[in-house]
Design a protein around this ligand. Sequence first.
Ligand code: SME
Length: 153
Amino acid sequence: MGKPDYTIMAKQLESLIEEDSSYVPVLSNCAALLWEQFEDINWAGFYLVKGDILVLGPFQGKLACIHIEKGKGVCGTAWASDSTQLVPNVHKFPGHIACDSASNSEVVVPVRREGEVVAVIDIDSPSFERFTAEDAQGLELIAEVLGRSVEWN
Ligand code: SME
């Protein structure tokens, strides 16, 4: 298995969304796609913006924390700052939330609907420096497709 092909993943998502654009089936299949496409990861999935907190969404991997406050941890920071967080060593990230002690690096990308963050994509790895700027850009493409085409409520 090589690097994830983000263009193919985006096309797969578009065709899944054509069949049903509601967020539970799309995000569930998207988590499965991410899980299949990445080597050396221990968690891949979503947190959804519900009012003033993030709530756990569809994912693959071990049990995860259910609620994350805005600005807390890597996910809450991605939401609050409306920006991708590429974290080579989670132990050096102030306030990192350790759901799985095996995680050492992480990438979190906001999903925007009409400019507002509605969710974040989160992927964790047991290796340090697992994710590259190319991964961040590829995931931003996936986030753009989801933000534009999914029915979020
Ligand atoms: N580590 C994340 C919390 C979510 S879990 O990794 C699934 C964070 O600091 O936001």
